[in-house]
Write a protein that binds this ligand. Structure first.
Ligand SMILES: [Zn+2]
Length: 240
């Protein structure tokens, strides 16, 4: 009972994050105007804005103009609902709340970076605030500071090598901010594994794109997406 309640609250929060994902990169206010169809601009009344269910009932189309609605909307609602369940089941009190908010923000960052190749500063800042409780209640806050330093140190190393060989910047400022944050969240060992895992995902992604659309010299990769998703997985992984 408690679990279904948490899941539903999570999907409602996910529904709000859908708005954030769409509006922040397009520089539209998050509060006003109310939700509307991006095609026909028809306002979506609250009774037709029920997470996941509305999408299923309307068979994935706008009720007014029948334009297909992206599957990413109900998927986001489901995933955030799932984060709420994980938070409730695996963590306690402060860490539970902190995990739910940090994971939800990282998910939001991952979708925005995938779609627009940007990591909004306000989201990085909110993530920083949300992960602070973990450090404050910890008996060993230095552990997280080491994570930050290791993440940034590793980055500096990669940066120097790439710069020396290709004279190109391998990462944007947004990625660097994100790695610093993830170091603070994960600690020294997990941040290294996260960077490694996201590099592997990046290579696989590049190979898949290569087979689909051929070689492209300056292909952009949403590295922030790979980093954020890897970080959530690694955070939940118990290391021996
Ligand atoms: Zn419409």
């Amino acid at each position: 009972m408690q679990y279904s309640f948490f899941f539903i609250i999570g999907t409602i929060f996910g529904s709000f994050l859908n708005v954030v994902i769409y509006r922040i990169p397009n520089k539209i206010s998050i509060i006003k105007p109310r939700s509307h169809c991006p095609k026909c601009k028809e306002m979506i009344p609250f009774y037709r804005n029920i997470p996941i269910l509305s999408f299923l009932l309307q068979k994935g189309r706008c009720n007014n103009c029948s334009i297909p609605i992206s599957l990413i909307y109900p998927l986001t609602e489901f995933i955030i609902g799932f984060f709420f369940l994980i938070g409730l089941h695996y963590f306690q009190y402060m860490e539970s709340i902190s995990f739910i908010i940090v994971a939800s923000l990282l998910y939001t960052i991952s979708i925005i970076d995938y779609k627009y190749y940007i990591i909004p500063l306000e989201l990085s800042f909110l993530t920083l605030i949300a992960l602070l409780p973990n450090i404050i209640i910890s008996t060993n806050p230095l552990f997280y500071i080491y994570g930050l330093l290791v993440g940034l140190g590793y980055l500096l190393f990669i940066y120097t090598i790439t710069w020396a060989i290709t004279k190109k910047e391998p990462l944007g400022l947004g990625d660097i901010q994100l790695i610093a944050l993830l170091g603070l969240w994960l600690g020294p060992l997990k941040i290294l594994i996260t960077i490694f895992l996201s590099a592997c995902i990046g290579i696989i992604y590049w190979i898949i794109l290569y087979f689909i659309s051929g070689y492209e010299k300056n292909r952009k990769l949403p590295f922030g997406t790979f980093l954020s998703l890897s970080a959530i997985i690694i955070y939940l992984t118990k290391l021996v």
